[in-house]
Design a protein around this ligand. Sequence first.
Ligand SMILES: [Zn+2]
Length: 670
Amino acid sequence: MATKNIYHRFKYANKHFKRWILPLLFLLLAQQDWAQNNNQIQGSIDEIAVIEQKAAINKVLRSSKNSMLSFASSNFDVHYIVCNWNIDPAIRYIQGNVKFGFTITEKANSITFDLANELLVDSIRYKNNKLSFSRPPNNSVVINLGNSLEKNIKDELTIFYKGIPPAANSPFSTFTNSSHAGVPVMWTLSEPYGGKDWWPCKNGLNDKADSIDISITTPDKYTSSCNGLLIKELIVGGKRTTFWKHRYPIATYLIAIAATNYSIIKDSIQLGNKWLPLMEHAYPERISEFKNAASITKRTMQLLHNTFTPYPFINERYGHTQFGFSGGMEHQTNSFMVNMNETLIVHELAHQWFGNKITCGSWKDIWLNEGFAIFCTNFSTEKFYSETSLLNLYRSQINFITSNKKGTVYVDDTTSVSRIFDSRLTYTKGGWVLQMLRWKLGDDTFFKAVKNYLEDPALAYRYAFTSDLKKHFEITSGKNLDEFFNDWVYGNGYPSYQLRWNALGKSWVNTTLSQTTSDNTVDFFEMPVAIRFKNALRDTTIIIDHQKNGQTNFINIGFIADSAFIDPKLKIISVNNTVVKSQAISNDEDVIMFPNPVKNSFNVLISNLKEGSLQLSLYNSTGQVVWQKRNENFRGAEIYNIPSDKLSSGVYWLSIRKDKEKIIVRRILK
Ligand SMILES: [Zn+2]
């Protein structure tokens, strides 16, 4: 799911960026001067945030006790679902029946489905009989099976029900009646806990149906939209019925319906040698917006299909359905959209892999859905826009993530819907965790691991936890990622870096890199850190594997640098980084020693000599050798660190002998 407030903090200055981000930003940046004349503004960001929070709180309060959790029983496994629904977009009401094909997983004389208390069950049919049932006040229906059913019995039953779905008719309720251009529209949006508000179901995250068949009947001036393939449409007695089938596993919250006077656009997308049908349901007054966006949908579909794994529902179709929620929702094969903004298109399409093919195994792991969706929107910017646009986007995201020093990507409180869908942590920082894994492991390993994750038969078309994703990155890279996940997924905050550096001789630099962390749950972020060195003519970027504070490195960069920059391409979440340049040490000598006078150790940089054998000897003032090192494979320029902690105070002499010929002597003071 994507809501407007996920994007509102990203301010893109770049002209190219404006071309496609502006339409959504106009909806979002109501407080920005430059947006105030736009008549699409629907409310300030603060209002949107307040409405979202209220909707979330309503959802929590309405559910008795902890009814965030499903009360459906775990003694049966759902195989197929056949739904027949009657609705009228102008009237808040649903009437229908839902048939479940299931297998009993432990001997049972009753099974329980989730269903809002407000909805009335008329009857439950089982083998031509009616079954008795009860309605405990926890939004469920307990069905008495009569005889107990043995484990592994396959069976089916049908629930007939009707009523007014609960909750105020706000834009964020799960079953919404609204209007566009004066025409009634209804839609559903069940994520995360709303399925039971409009149909009997298993509301949790542990049992995908293998297939669904759905019919939706409306007054014939409307048409409806649903998951999967449209099989046929019938008009009888002033009523129009559309029949849909979907033959891939699907989680309850990804099943959705909508109805209004939709205009339908049929198109197709080439994926290899296959043409995937694209079916759009647009409000008639917005049809050109949907037509114009087709090229974005196509190139994004091709990018994700070629980068990760084939489109997960390739035997059916993809499409968008317009609705009035202020954002988008990745209903399987059919994303519901407030508009056709590019970021929203990419976000919801990415969810078809990350969220729908593999669904988060618990709401604690929702970043597996939303983090990947953010990763993919950034990845698409990287592919289709300039580097300046990308870096502007990254900068705004880093500023957003670091606007608070605390908070974990992993959800610590799933009773709070606003925490589950926290745009800073679950979405943006979640996306950056993936980008930082790509930076740490390299493109080949990263994309291979993601592919392996998507193709893992234990996860594909099923559910995954954070540990499942971690396992794939570890297996593919051969690296233990405990530290990385503890720091970035389960830990709080981010680092701020301090770099001290100086030029050494004609081509070397000496760096000392430290970091402070924003929250004490993480004492150090072990990361590769890029440092860019430049002068008027040249520049180069080196990578320091940062493992401890005060870490010193000597690096041959090939020129005399005059300035340095930490993380120039924004690979790491960090802010308030500082760079201090110390005095350059002698630019033209073949031997540079520092510091001098020495303390516990000192460094000798030797350059401009020919390759060959090299001998370093340290003599005290009476001519005795106190330290010696021989290098048969001297490469022409090297740094040596010589211990001096055990030396007593006084004068010493360092002799450097090259191939038994050239002798250089330097005076040292301790
Ligand atoms: Zn999303």
